[in-house]
Design a protein around this ligand. Structure first.
Ligand code: CA
Length: 262
């Protein structure tokens, strides 16, 4: 009897390990997308130079400041919103890829912001190379929701600014996280949440959270030992894109301890 129960526990632990591997292999972080929220000027009559072209992923389309009826002077600026707050360590500027250099930015300032209003001082100032290669500018990582590229001058000292694509460089630890401390009932074993199978969950009142034990043997052992028990755990909350359901709410566990039975 005793031997059987030990064997069962070992099998359960192995299943939990396999499931945690399956769960982490089917998840993918939300990709950050960019949206232009403001540009001081855009040419939409003489050509399709709308600001949104700077983030449409197509090197063949450009943002270009007005040139048909009026030629507003520098500085020019474009403000871009990220689909989620992000840690970035730089940005990229792809000049227009046709045979013109009109609007190619020479001197620039780059800003970041959390609210889209207060951009403070530039995180970087510089001068782009005078060619149409993609230019990458890096700086110490900054958390932000908005970026602003300000053009101070043009390669031929003309009035315009243009861009084929503007992008961001996300740092490895991209995205926001929320630290959590949860007391609830742990459950390990094969179960389904909205069509997804998962290995370990915690029930708190009527809410069930998926747990990511990060492949830690120690945490797996604790989870097996604490099955159906009241536990206190700490970790970080993440929203992850699911395969069968749109969003999965997952707690990446840092510590897992018994909280006394009740
Ligand atoms: Ca484009």
């Amino acid at each position: 009897m005793k031997y059987n129960s030990i064997l069962l526990k070992m099998v359960a632990a192995i299943i939990a390990l396999i499931l945690s591997g399956m769960a982490s292999s089917t998840i993918a972080q939300d990709k950050v997308t960019l949206k232009v929220v403001k540009a001081d000027s855009e040419e939409t009559a003489g050509e399709d130079g709308k600001a949104a072209n700077a983030v449409d992923g197509d090197p063949g389309t450009i943002w270009h400041t007005q040139w048909q009826d009026t030629n507003p002077e520098h500085p020019h600026e474009i403000i871009i919103e990220l689909s989620q707050p992000c840690r970035i360590s730089g940005f990229t500027y792809l000049p227009r890829q046709d045979d013109s250099d009109h609007g190619n930015i020479k001197d620039y300032e780059f800003y970041v912001s959390n609210d889209g209003d207060d951009f403070g001082k530039p995180v970087k100032k510089g001068t782009f190379e005078n060619n149409n290669d993609k230019q990458t500018v890096t700086f110490d990582a900054k958390q932000c929701r908005f970026i602003k590229l300000k053009a101070l001058s043009e390669v031929n000292d003309l009035a315009w600014a243009s861009a084929a694509e503007i992008g961001i460089i996300e740092t490895a630890s991209a995205g926001d996280y929320i630290k959590v401390e949860i007391k609830g009932t742990l459950e390990t074993g094969l179960m389904a949440i909205g069509g997804e199978t998962t290995g370990t969950v915690i029930h708190v009142k009527n809410v069930t959270w998926e747990l990511d034990l990060g492949g830690s043997k120690e945490l797996q052992e604790s989870a097996t030992k604490l099955n159906k028990k009241t536990v206190l755990l700490t970790g970080t909350y993440q929203k992850i894109k699911g395969v069968e359901i749109r969003e999965r709410h997952i707690i990446k566990v840092a510590t897992l301890n018994p909280a006394g039975d009740n």
